[in-house]
Design a protein around this ligand. Structure first.
Ligand SMILES: Nc1ncnc2c1ncn2[C@@H]1O[C@H](COP(=O)(O)OP(=O)(O)OP(=O)(O)O)[C@@H](O)[C@H]1O
Ligand SMILES: [Mg+2]
Length: 371
C-alpha cells in the first residue's frame, strides 16, 4: 500500500489537501516573491513544494543542503542546481541555445546532447562566497533572457547556519536574492529556531529578506475524506466514524504517522475497526521504542520530567502552580526546560498557548510507560 500512504514524498493520489498552502505558494511564486517555509520534521514541506512545482509547471529545482558541510560543498550543490534549472529553461533550437549560453560564459557552460535532449553543465573555478552570488545572479540573467520565471528551493537551509563561513554565505545569497527579478526563492527547513535566527535577527544578513510561511497539520475533515477515498478503493466500503477518528486522534494528524499507521492497516484483508486501529498503533509505536528511548535518554532529567508531564496532559499555564506541582520542579526551572525543548523541536506551542509534545509516537510511548 506504499502508493496510498507512502513513506517517502506524497505524490499524485497520495497527496492530501493543502489547498490553501498550494494557492499561497503559487501566488507568491507568480509574483516573484521569496519565502521562508518552516515546519517541523516530516510535516510535508518537500511534498508540498514538489506538488506546487508539478501542478503549475513552474521550472524549478530543489537544492538539498542537509549533507553540506563546507562552503565548497555549498558552491557544488548550487552549481549543480543552477545547471539543472538552466537546462529546463533552454530553448528547443540549437542555434538559440548557443546564443543564450554566450550570456553566461563566466560559468564555463558546456552544452551536451543526447536522446533526451540538451543538457547544460556549468563549472566554477572558485568556491568563494562570491561564486555563490555569481551563480545565482547568472541564473536570473538567463531567466530574464528567456523571459521565464523559475523557482529555486533551498531545502534544509538551516544547515548553512552551522557552517564556519555562514555569515559570508548568507550575505552572498542576500546579494543575489535582492537583485533577482525572474527567480523566486523558497528557503525551507525544519529547525525553526535556527531559521528564525537567520531571518529575524537584525545582525544577520538575511534579516527580513522574505516573508515567513508555516505549515500546520492537515485538518481532520480533509484527512477523513482522504482516508475514506482510499478505503473505498481497497475494500469498496468506508470506515465507520470511530476507527476513522481514532486514526487522526492517535496520530494527531501528523502526516508521517497517518501514513505509517494507514499503510499497515491497509495491508489487512478486512476493513479496520476501532480495535484494529488501536492495536496497530500500539504495536507500531512499541516497535519504534528503541529509537524513542534513545532520543529521550539524550535529554536531561529535568527536560524529561517536563516532557513527560506534557505528554500526559498538555497545559497553557506551564509556569503555574498546578503544573509545577505535577512536574515537581520550580517554575523558573520549568521555563528554562520549555525554552530548551522548543529549541530542540521536541515540543511546540499550539492554539491558545497550549504546550504539546511534537511527536505523537513519543507522546504515546511516554504515556504507556510513565510510572
Ligand atoms: N499532503 C500530504 N498528504 C499526505 N501525506 C503527506 C502529505 N505531505 C506529506 N505527507 C507524508 O508525510 C511524510 C513526510 O513528508 P515530506 O518528506 O514531504 O515532509 P518534510 O517536511 O519535507 O520532511 P523532512 O523534515 O524530513 O524534510 C511522508 O510520509 C509523506 O508521504
Ligand atoms: Mg523535506
Amino acid at each position: 500500500m506504499q502508493e496510498y500512504f507512502p513513506q517517502g514524498l506524497a505524490i499524485d493520489e497520495s497527496f492530501c489537501n493543502r489547498t490553501n498552502e498550494k494557492k499561497a505558494l503559487r501566488i507568491s511564486i507568480e509574483g516573484n516573491e521569496h519565502l521562508v517555509l518552516v515546519a517541523p520534521r516530516r510535516h510535508g514541506k518537500t511534498s508540498l513544494l514538489a506538488k506546487v512545482l508539478e501542478e503549475n509547471d513552474f521550472p524549478g529545482i530543489s537544492m538539498d543542503f542537509f549533507f553540506v558541510l563546507t562552503q565548497a560543498e555549498v558552491v557544488k550543490t548550487m552549481s549543480e542546481g543552477v545547471s539543472k534549472i538552466i537546462t529546463q529553461l533552454l530553448p528547443k533550437s540549437l542555434k538559440a541555445c548557443k546564443q543564450l549560453i554566450n550570456t553566461i560564459t563566466a560559468l564555463n557552460p558546456k552544452l551536451t546532447f543526447n536522446l533526451l535532449g540538451q543538457k547544460l553543465e556549468i563549472s566554477t573555478r572558485q568556491t568563494t562566497e562570491k561564486t555563490i552570488s555569481e551563480l545565482l545572479l547568472a541564473l536570473d540573467q538567463f531567466a530574464a533572457k528567456v523571459k521565464k520565471s523559475c523557482v529555486v528551493i533551498l531545502d534544509e537551509f538551516q544547515q548553512i547556519a552551522e557552517l564556519k563561513e555562514n555569515h559570508a554565505i548568507e550575505a552572498a545569497i542576500r546579494h543575489a536574492v535582492e537583485r533577482s527579478q525572474y527567480v523566486s526563492y523558497i528557503f525551507c527547513g525544519s529547525k525553526r529556531h535556527l531559521l528564525n535566527e537567520m531571518f529575524s535577527d537584525k545582525s544577520r544578513p538575511l534579516y527580513h529578506l522574505c516573508d515567513l510561511m508555516t505549515i500546520e497539520r492537515i485538518d481532520s475533515l480533509a484527512y477523513h475524506d482522504f482516508i475514506n477515498q482510499r478505503a473505498k478503493k481497497k475494500w469498496k466500503k468506508i470506515l465507520s466514524t470511530d476507527p476513522l477518528e481514532e486514526i487522526t486522534h492517535l496520530t494527531e494528524n501528523h502526516p508521517y504517522y497517518v501514513n505509517a499507521l494507514c499503510r499497515r492497516l491497509w495491508h489487512a484483508d478486512k476493513l479496520p475497526d476501532l480495535a484494529d486501529v488501536r492495536t496497530m498503533w500500539n504495536d507500531y509505536v512499541n516497535q519504534q521504542g528503541v529509537w524513542i528511548t534513545d532520543d529521550l535518554s539524550r535529554l536531561s532529567l529535568n527536560r524529561r520530567k517536563v516532557l513527560t508531564a506534557l505528554a500526559i496532559q498538555t497545559t497553557n499555564e506551564p509556569q503555574g502552580q498546578e503544573f509545577s506541582n505535577r512536574v515537581g520542579l520550580p517554575p523558573s526551572t520549568i521555563k528554562k526546560c520549555l525554552d530548551d525543548l522548543q529549541k530542540l523541536d521536541v515540543i511546540y506551542v499550539k492554539s491558545e498557548s497550549y504546550y504539546h509534545v511534537l511527536d505523537p509516537a513519543v507522546a504515546y510511548f511516554i504515556r504507556q510507560h510513565a510510572v
